[in-house]
Design a protein around this ligand. Structure first.
Ligand code: NAD
Length: 478
């Protein structure tokens, strides 16, 4: 496929392309342009032209178009989900679900647009008014990772469009195809040319987009090191940034918890998308009296999850590439060397259907200690570290002893204790007694090194608007 900009397909000016592979087999399924600074400039110019019209389009019309795009996504979820399945390796039902769920977020952003108001300061002298309004920030650069490429793009694109901003997006090198198909679909649905441009390429292309003088905001989801580099580069031209970065989220399981429910939620959430999930449960602190009982329940559930071989079905796909896979292998080896117990998984899956991809079965590491990598660093793979604690307070202290602050999870039947733990968590979102997917109409984002700013709902839209204060004077005729 080519890049999509200004309403059409475009090759890289250099003519260079890069392969897109199927992670289940390693087979090349397509190529996309290897875009560079000149291509970034061309896409940004297209967005800047589109901005001149789009910022004047009445809100009702923006809402109509964004809702039409949401419906088109639902209608085309099987087709775009199939492209996502091939480039990401996640089993097809989960890919189709991602497209449909992302469409719902567009609807929510559209509805938030109808609730945006300006304000007026009271108490002005006759013939004077102070009005506080908000303008769209301008051209937005959205840089996304591979793991939920469409959801994480919709976090940004839906809010930007409603606020009046065009977008140039750079999807991950691993998963560009679904984003390209979506841009074409939105254009065919009526979104004007230049509002949703997609450029493809490696990190250097992202750097060129961030350094370009025209965009006014960078919305980024990805790793902490990349987020820090982007924040530093964006400061050069004082661009606004929203950063959704890595996580290393902890769960605390208290002695009175419903252990079946806790084990079910932790297994479902910790291994979703083969652990390639920013706010997944990465480490567990379990009160000693229920430690072994919870381990049994977790191990039973983890061993039941199946790996989907190339061309076959199952619960979990491979990890997207060898770089992401290496972190899981390294953390498991480190835990083994330091004397941890591997309760489930732990070794790469091999054999027919698995040899072409980086498959790791769901892995539980018991008796993990604070020095182990799995208890300190993001895994982004299907590996959970588990440690016993002597009290909920010790669990909370260890949970917060981290440079990350994306999510937290608490399991206890004691509501007062649960509230105290939830309120004590240094994390952008905290769940008590179950783990539902993050809701679309409430803020999502991280504390500490997990990020800056919030996305979703009203909170997401306002981050694409700038305050502007108008001081108005006239001669009162009466
Ligand atoms: P990554 O940081 O390697 O890459 C993400 C994107 O940034 C890619 O498109 C990449 O080309 C681009 N990029 C990398 N360095 C750049 C730079 N210096 N300037 C501009 N662009 C640059 O991340 P990944 O491996 O694709 O995804 C995994 C990471 O994403 C994990 O750390 C995960 O926690 C994080 N993530 C966070 C959230 C969240 O909401 N907090 C959600 C999903 C994933």
């Amino acid at each position: 496929m080519d890049m999509f900009m200004d309403g059409g397909w475009v090759a890289a000016q250099s003519g260079q392309v890069m392969p897109v592979t199927d992670p289940t087999s390693g087979a090349v399924i397509d190529t996309v342009p290897m875009g560079q600074a000149a291509d970034a400039g061309r896409a940004i110019a297209s967005a800047a032209r589109a901005f001149e019209n789009w910022k004047r389009v009445p809100m009702a019309e923006r809402v109509r178009l964004v809702k039409a795009c949401a419906q088109a996504m639902r209608d085309q979820a099987p087709r775009i989900g199939a492209a996502l399945n091939r480039e990401l390796g996640r089993p097809l039902p989960g890919c189709i679900a991602e497209i449909a769920s992302s469409a719902n977020l567009l609807d929510i952003y559209a509805e938030e647009g109808l609730r945006l108001y300006a304000t007026q300061a009271l108490g002005s002298a006759p013939g004077e008014r102070i009005v506080v309004t908000r303008d769209p920030v301008g051209v937005v650069v959205a840089i996304t990772p591979f793991n939920y490429p469409i959801t994480l793009l919709m976090f940004k694109l839906g809010a930007a469009l409603i606020a009046g901003c065009p977008v140039v997006t750079k999807p991950s090198e691993d998963t560009p195809l679904s984003t390209l198909l979506l841009a074409e679909l939105f254009h065919a649905t009526g979104l004007p040319a230049g509002l949703f441009n997609v450029v493809t390429g490696a990190r250097e292309l992202g750097e060129a987009l961030v350094a370009h003088p025209v965009p006014r905001k960078i919305a980024f989801t990805g790793s902490v090191p990349a987020g820090k580099a982007i924040a530093a580069a964006a400061a050069g031209t004082m661009k606004r940034v929203t950063l959704e970065l890595g996580g290393h989220s902890a769960a605390i399981v208290c002695a009175d918890a419903d252990l079946d429910k806790a084990a079910e939620a932790i297994t479902r959430h910790g291994f979703a998308n083969s652990g390639q999930f920013c706010y997944r449960v990465n480490r567990l602190y379990v009160e000693r009296p229920v430690y072994e009982a919870l381990l049994d329940r977790l191990a039973t559930r983890a061993r039941k999850l199946t790996l989907a071989p190339a061309g076959g079905e199952g619960d979990l796909g491979p990890l997207v590439n060898a770089r992401i896979f290496a972190t899981s292998e390294q953390q498991i080896a480190d835990a083994r060397a330091r004397g941890a117990r591997i309760l489930a998984g732990g070794d790469r899956a091999t054999g027919p259907g698995y040899d072409g991809g980086c498959y790791m079965p769901p892995t539980l590491i018991a008796d993990a200690t604070p020095e182990m990598l799995v208890m300190r660093e993001e895994t982004f793979g299907p590996v959970i570290g588990i440690a016993p604690v002597d009290s909920p307070a010790e669990g909370l202290r260890l949970a917060n002893d981290s440079r990350f602050g994306l999510a937290g999870f608490v399991f206890t039947r004691d509501l007062a204790l649960g509230m105290a733990l939830c309120e004590g968590f240094e994390a952008g979102s905290v769940w008590l007694n179950d783990i539902q997917r993050a809701s679309h109409h409430v803020p999502f984002g991280g504390m500490k090194e997990s990020g800056l700013g919030r996305e979703k709902g009203r909170y997401g839209v306002v981050s694409y608007l700038e305050y502007k204060t108008l001081y108005l004077s006239w001669e009162p005729p009466l």
